[in-house]
Design a protein around this ligand. Sequence first.
Ligand SMILES: Nc1ncnc2c1ncn2[C@@H]1O[C@H](COP(=O)(O)OP(=O)(O)OP(=O)(O)O)[C@@H](O)[C@H]1O
Ligand SMILES: CC(=O)C(=O)O
Ligand SMILES: [K+]
Ligand SMILES: [Mg+2]
Length: 577
Amino acid sequence: MQASHLLLEEPIRLASILESSTPDELLDDSQILQLQFAFTTTGDPLSGQDRVDVKLSVAPAPPRDPSQPNPKNAFSSMTKIIGTLGPSSRDVETIEKLLNAGMSVARFDFSWGDSDFHQETLDNLKKAVRNTRKLCAVMFDTVGPELQIINKGEAPINLVVDEFVVLTPDATQQASSTTLPVNYPELASVVKPKDTIFVGQYLFTGSESTSVWLEVMEVQGPNVKCLVKNSATLTGTLFTAHAAGVPVGLPTLSDFDKEVISKWGVKNSIDFISLSYTRHAEDVRQARLHLSKLGDLYQTQIFAKIENIEGLKHFDEILKEADGIILSRGNLGIDLPPEKVFLFQKAALHKCNMAGKPAIVTRVVDSMTDTPRPTRAEATDVANAVLDGADGILLGAETLRGLYPVETITIVQKICAEAEKVFNQAVFFKKTVKAVGEPMAHLESIASSAVRAGTKVRASVIVVFTSSGRAARLIAKYKPSMPVLVVVIPKLTTNHLRWSFTGAFQARQCLAVRGLFPMLADPRHPAESSTSTNESILKVALDHGKAAGIIKAHDRIVVCQKVGDSSVVKIIELDAY
Ligand SMILES: Nc1ncnc2c1ncn2[C@@H]1O[C@H](COP(=O)(O)OP(=O)(O)OP(=O)(O)O)[C@@H](O)[C@H]1O
Ligand SMILES: CC(=O)C(=O)O
Ligand SMILES: [K+]
Ligand SMILES: [Mg+2]
């Protein structure tokens, strides 16, 4: 395809101009199609009767300074990085650094902090996105049935090995080295002597001296008397507790969570819910029902967090209902014997991969909370998660309260990129095709063909057009070794109350899927687009790829799009330019 064949100044016909759900912060000239519009309109734009003439012009790619390294940053690892934002990572400058280092999803964990606190952080994130022109999705993490101990006094609590401590549901009691008030009145009725209860600083990092193992000695009415198994000092205002293998009879989506989602979630168009302690498929269905009543949030994706044995037991049914899975190894590591954790990880990632649903792994470089480098074991673990098929890595304490949030993202990103180089795509592709079997659904056959063609012709990128994101996810399922530029074309929808465009959620949701790099076309561009419009858009996408340094002269590009009624895969070869 010659660049000169592309229509840069072609007037295109647009159906309507509407209120748009596209936040400014999505319009990013490094990741979003650069469309500059000059338009005129008359009449009722909703009717679709009146046409708007729009001139599409493409901003030229900035000239590259050869002394500077390739601006490949946005594409330097295919694996996605989710950072939990908090005290160490909430000013604009730090968030800008996190985005530049490769964070593509920001997680807001409501186990800690109130709506105002998180709102301030999110407002800063928006500024940082605007300044860096890097796209970032928002993940809301629920509290769910988490056992919490509030340390109102805030003084550090020393627990000494072989001494006793009582867990009590009496919230009026101060936390101390002999008493810990826990938020679950039924605890005494679900635990029994010899059970293990783990208590740690919020987002505990495992082996630190700030968490403690307790053994249940005796149930005393509503209280649970425990033996302290290791000396530790609990610091902070909030500790989380986990009773190993004990079913907790609290709802997965608490009233508090529902309230926050209805207000904070709606206000901020949350892209993902990270559903803590998902134990049954029904938990996901309930969350979905709640979202369906909340305006735009019917588009919010639900990532089920698997963090205990119950969730693990029902993994297959949960995977069917959820949009993605988070393997919450922090809590799960307490429920499972250590020697079983890797098995769970491999099996769960395999299942997610075969289902074509994103899988996120947590708790990878805990030691980076306090040190600028990971341990060898942690570094190897990150690489192994990539080789096992993870789509993303979720950082907790490291970015939330750690001393090195930026270094953490930088190093994790580098390890992922290195592991991707040796990921055996050919074997993975065959395995996936075999698992799907025949006959294959049409779109899946097109998607896998796109990946196959991309490999065979050594394409530098795959470009896919989509509205729902479905075609992009199907391509990602085959884990192509080249980046996938996802051109999200907004669609006009109505819920009988108002008209709006889809597209913004769908574009941002690609940011949790390995290999996908979304771009959002201007919502004024119609989904029912003509071939010539698509050519123009493709040209913009390719220019973007060139500017980002992932597409060069003479490269081959695979394009997946609809021509007329049929989905097609085409291979284009670029001329010198
Ligand atoms: N606006 C578009 N222009 C050209 N091709 C498109 C467009 N949107 C989707 N496609 C192509 O249509 C096929 C179906 O993809 P996908 O299901 O992701 O799209 P969609 O618009 O969400 O579809 P649907 O409305 O059928 O769910 C894929 O081959 C995809 O590349
Ligand atoms: C992130 C989290 O909740 C866990 O790893 O348990
Ligand atoms: K949480
Ligand atoms: Mg957890």
